[in-house]
Design a binder for this molecule. Structure first.
Ligand SMILES: Cc1cc2nc3c(=O)[nH]c(=O)nc-3n(C[C@H](O)[C@H](O)[C@H](O)COP(=O)(O)O)c2cc1C
Length: 330
């Protein structure tokens, strides 16, 4: 049984890896993930806000050190509020590289063009084998057009590509009017991979306190379906690899992801819920399922249920909407 695959030009022993999360903040967990069969380690993100606040803080320190009230410094977010500051983040990549034999993928997270993208180079110098760029962006300005939002991502990709030689994957949201077209445009601009999709955390309202609130709910397998649809649609239209992120909780979810055309799948919520050892259970069950169904390799399975290959492509299209609504009987 050949589980091996290539993602972002990196040879991997299987197509399953932990996605970006704080799980890798502790080296012990990183070792456990490698022992559980992780094909690669994806770092949690270094955020634009962390980098710019450090740059601002350094500026404030030089410019205002004579200010006895130190008031200037109090405008800046405290670096200790963040998981790992930029310097520790880079150190952590180097430490992870020392303790594992699998590829390590750094992650930069931001939305504007600016000095923070220079950190891509530092992440490469720290030893990362590839870089995920997470462009989590909430378009709150009704005057901003969809094209402007997309241009922002093109510009970030172009800027980062200039400063690194390692492959770059874009971690996307599903909220573009034509995700397939956006994926093609990123592919033609040199993205080596697309991570589909980022998971957006939606605010709620506390009606007693009159406050907008936020909390982090972990995913479940129902979230997988949106990823399955769009990967099935994009598969075959781009050269870039596709990593599925969102809603992978079981070996069945891995199989579905590969069948629609994912090169790799990433797992986060399931590992936060059940611990790093759950990855081993998923990978072993995946392998057993493939054997039982007489697959010889992951490559053989990949894309067999994409829009272009599956027996009933209408499930991915508008026709499915009509069929589904008609299933409901009152
Ligand atoms: C606690 C937590 C922290 C996360 N941190 C990051 C991060 O730093 N960068 C990032 O790109 N995604 C981050 N994510 C998103 C995950 O990588 C993933 O895309 C998302 O959780 C969907 O996958 P899942 O359904 O397997 O959880 C985080 C998710 C969780 C739950």
């Amino acid at each position: 049984m050949d589980l091996s695959t290539t993602y972002l030009g990196l040879p991997l022993k299987n197509p399953v890896m932990p996605g970006a999360s704080p799980l890798v903040d502790k080296l012990d967990n990183v070792r456990l993930l490698e022992d559980a069969g992780a094909a690669a380690i994806v770092m949690h993100s270094l955020f634009e806000e962390q980098i710019t606040s450090q740059q601002l803080a350094e500026f404030a320190h030089t410019e205002f050190s004579a200010d006895s009230s130190s008031e200037a410094g109090s405008y800046f977010p405290r670096m200790e509020d963040y998981a790992l500051g930029p310097d520790r983040y880079l150190e952590h990549i180097s430490k992870i590289k020392e303790v594992v034999d699998i590829p390590v993928i750094g992650s930069l997270n931001g939305t504007s063009i600016g000095g923070w993208t220079d950190h891509a180079k530092l992440i490469q110098q720290a030893g990362a084998d590839a870089l995920e760029l997470n462009v989590y962006y909430v378009a709150t300005d009704p005057n901003e057009t969809g094209m402007e939002v997309q241009m922002r991502t093109f510009n970030i990709l172009e800027e980062v590509k200039k400063s690194v030689t390692i492959p770059i994957a874009l971690k996307l949201s599903p909220y573009y009017s034509s995700p397939g077209n956006f994926a093609k445009s990123l592919d033609s601009r040199g993205a080596a991979g697309l991570v589909m999709f980022n998971r957006f955390y939606q605010p709620d309202i506390d009606i007693e306190e009159l406050e907008a609130t936020h909390r982090l709910d972990l995913s479940n397998s129902t979230e997988l379906r949106q990823r399955l649809r769009w990967i099935a649609i994009v598969h075959g239209h781009i050269k870039a690899d596709i990593a599925l992120s969102g809603g992978v909780h079981s070996h069945e979810d891995i199989i579905k992801g590969i069948m629609v055309g994912a090169t790799t799948v990433q797992v986060v919520s399931a590992l936060l819920k059940h611990g790093p050892g759950h990855l081993a259970t998923m990978i072993q069950s995946f392998e057993r399922w493939m054997e039982a169904h007489e697959y010889e390799s992951v490559d053989q399975m990949r894309g067999s249920m994409s829009l272009g290959h599956c027996p009933d492509p209408s499930v991915y299209e508008r026709a499915n909407y009509l069929k589904i609504l008609n299933l409901w009987k009152v």
